[in-house]
Design a protein around this ligand. Structure first.
Ligand code: JAH
Length: 267
């Protein structure tokens, strides 16, 4: 996979030399290039921002340097270096939610181009113009505001890179993790069996794999119900068996709710 990143702070991306992402770059699985947006400015101050039309606080990124950057990194015609048309990703609190499903979708692309906004964001015409040439997706990591898109790009790249073939040593670990099945993962334990007076749950040391699977399933359901009721609500009805429903009912009762269905109480 080829990845280009455009930012006014290319130094933010130093961690991409490290760890498993660094290894993926070293072995050619990931061809990553970071570009300074100011490369495409022409004034002495290398200006990338200006005041917003219509008024309001802060500054907006000017369209001209972005236009030239995208022309250079996503030219319309096929070039001799065999480049591909990238998918443009723009981190923004106004974007679509970044999910594990979107990470899988991005991992199947051959070329990603990230545009990191700063200040209040990028002039809308940059995205509108780019969208006439390539797929453009504004992506949000959650409902909070950062100083800019750089840290969001690090997060997205980490989630995507670990899905590339050959990056994660043990492929099995990809589908037992949180979010793979719409539930949070059960708690994990390793040795020693007793630590500071706290014991590993007996079932995990029993060697009874049917019991272990059931215990983990129950813990996943209890955790998800307590922490992420939105994920429980989004489960397809056929995703839950009889024992799953029983576990969720116990969890709801523990939290002072009703056993399902609530029925005709309080009418
Ligand atoms: C802030 C450009 N959802 C996380 C996120 C992503 C991007 C930004 N903020 C939060 C951001 C300022 C300028 C992007």
């Amino acid at each position: 996979m080829r990845v280009d990143i455009v930012s006014i702070f290319p130094e933010y991306f130093a961690p991409l030399d490290l760890s498993l992402i660094g290894k993926a770059r070293a072995n050619g699985t990931l061809r990553l290039a970071v570009h300074d947006l100011r490369t495409w400015t022409h004034d002495v101050h290398r200006t990338v921002d200006d005041t917003p039309y219509g008024g309001g606080p802060g500054m907006v990124m000017r369209p001209e340097p972005w236009g030239e950057a995208l022309d250079a990194l996503a030219p319309g015609e096929l070039s001799p270096d065999g480049h591909t048309l990238p998918r443009l990703l723009v981190p923004s609190p106004a974007g679509v939610p970044f999910t594990q499903a979107l990470a899988h979708e991005l991992a199947a692309e051959s070329h990603l181009l990230f545009a990191c906004g700063r200040y209040e964001g990028i002039d809308q015409r940059v995205l509108d113009h780019a969208a006439t040439r390539m797929p453009v997706t504004e992506v949000s990591l959650g409902d909070y505001v950062l100083f800019g898109g750089e840290v969001a790009v690090l997060v997205i790249l980490e989630a995507v890179t670990r899905l590339l073939p050959g990056v994660l040593g043990n492929a099995g670990s990809l589908d037992e993790e949180s979010h793979a099945h719409g539930l949070l993962e059960a708690p994990l334990y390793t040795k020693p069996a007793s630590w500071r007076g706290l014991d590993v749950p007996e079932v995990l040391r029993s060697g009874d794999h049917a019991r272990i699977d059931r215990w983990r399933r129950d813990e996943s359901l209890l955790r998800t119900a307590a922490r992420r009721p939105d994920m429980v609500a989004a489960l397809a009805p056929e995703a839950l068996g009889e024992r799953d429903r029983a576990a969720l009912d116990r969890a709801a009762l523990d939290r002072g709710g009703f056993s399902s269905p609530p029925g005709d109480v309080a009418k």
